[in-house]
Design a protein around this ligand. Structure first.
Ligand code: ZN
Length: 279
């Protein structure tokens, strides 16, 4: 199953094309894309036999984040060996966890307003929680994931690295720094949801390319370790970490500049396009 947020309304891909969920369900399900995660199991059952209306013309320019208002955004640092290497860190024994504040959420076609500093890219697989997850074992973890989407953990490195202790959460939370999309795809749509190619390019030049099979802590391991500490709520998202190729790890270092277009993709999900602008 594939869903999207089209100008604030939940739409579902059916045999006949994109279908407005509130209309097709005659109001059984809200048009609000965030609310659907509260009733994810019911929705998935309904969607499996939903009427194929195909009543919606999907314009990519009108797509917003498929998860527009998560209550919690959890993000993982140093979760690929090659990225830990380029960052000058040992492979972690525990996943380093931080948050991106919710006001940073943006859609898959937004402009990113560059603050002063050194703004970097990090393409990431994002797992979206579909069932209240509290002390869930790895073997039950995928059952608590509604679906997967593409994320960019955009990061202003000067702020991130400043201070007596690093400011990960703040440096990664300027408006527009947590874009997600273009679609949410359920795990059953993939031959292996733990092995997906992901990457990104700047103005057509590939800067990151990896596979989620190289994650140090896989999606099931993250759900298990995080939910051992706090309940993961329906509609929460986990930014799972980025592979090598970020600007900070390059020699010379490179950061995003006004006018550049950042294209981020994951195999089987789709791609996002973000243009860098100055305020
Ligand atoms: Zn990241």
């Amino acid at each position: 199953m594939r869903i999207a947020n089209l100008s604030g309304r939940l739409v579902l891909l059916t045999d006949a094309g994109w279908t407005d969920v509130e209309r097709a369900s005659r109001g059984q399900f809200s048009a609000d894309p965030q609310e659907i995660f509260e009733r994810w199991d019911q929705f998935r059952d309904w969607a499996a036999q939903a009427p194929s209306a195909g009543d919606v013309l999907l314009k990519e320019s009108e797509l917003h984040a498929p998860v527009p208002r998560p209550r919690q955004i959890l993000a993982i640092g140093l979760n690929y060996r090659d990225h830990a290497d380029e960052s000058g860190f040992a492979v972690p024994e525990q996943p380093p966890v931080f948050t991106k504040f919710v006001s940073a959420v943006a859609g898959p076609r937004a402009e990113v307003v560059l603050p002063d500093g050194s703004v970097d890219w990090e393409v990431e697989l994002v797992a979206v929680i579909g069932r209240h997850a509290w002390q869930v074992g790895e073997d039950q973890a995928w059952e608590h994931v509604a679906g997967l989407t593409v994320g960019q953990d955009i990061s202003e490195r000067d702020l991130q690295m400043s201070g007596p202790v690093p400011q990960f959460s703040l440096g990664k939370s300027y408006p527009g720094f947590a874009p997600m999309g273009p679609y949410l795809v359920t795990p059953d749509e993939f031959a292996d949801p733990d092995n997906l190619e992901l990457g990104c390019a700047i103005d057509g030049e590939e800067v990151q390319k990896g596979r989620t099979s190289d994650l140090i802590f896989s999606v099931p391991q993250l759900v298990a370790r995080l939910s051992a500490v706090l309940p993961l709520l329906p509609g929460d998202v986990i930014f799972t970490g980025t592979p090598a190729g970020v600007g900070l790890g390059r020699s010379p270092r490179r950061f995003l500049a006004e006018g550049e277009e950042l294209v981020s993709y994951i195999e089987g999900i789709g791609e996002m396009r973000h243009r860098m602008v100055r305020a």
